[in-house]
Unconditional design. Structure first.
Length: 114
């Protein structure tokens, strides 16, 4: 069973799941048209279906998946330009969020050490 990586543990479960699913989509592990089953993803990540559902809604808002009635979430086909734009957005945002998470975890760590 694959788990959400250790670097994502300080994020919400839904955010960590969204990042992992997004990464797999961009790497081609989940190709266009692939049906993303909540139950399977929840079991694989070792979390409940609720954060998976939230992750899929987030990915739908980004245009990466489409949630279809009676079919669930399906990976959309992205153009080369859209993939490049997503990578560029990640390059811009990830350092910012990494610093925020690092600062928050250090603060929590000092509190817990007392």
């Amino acid at each position: 069973m694959a788990t959400v990586s250790k670097s994502l543990k300080h994020k919400t479960m839904s955010t960590a799941a969204a990042e992992e699913i997004r990464s797999r989509i961009l790497e081609g592990v989940f190709p266009p048209g692939h049906q993303l089953r909540q139950e399977e993803l929840a079991q694989e990540f070792g979390i409940s279906r609720i954060p998976i559902r939230e992750a899929l809604l987030l990915l739908e808002s980004e245009g990466i998946v489409r949630i279809q009635p009676h079919r669930g979430a399906v990976v959309v086909e992205l153009s080369a330009e859209e993939v490049e734009e997503l990578f560029n957005m990640r390059i811009l945002f990830e350092p910012f969020f990494t610093r925020k998470v690092g600062a928050a975890s250090r603060t929590r760590g000092f509190r817990e050490a007392r």
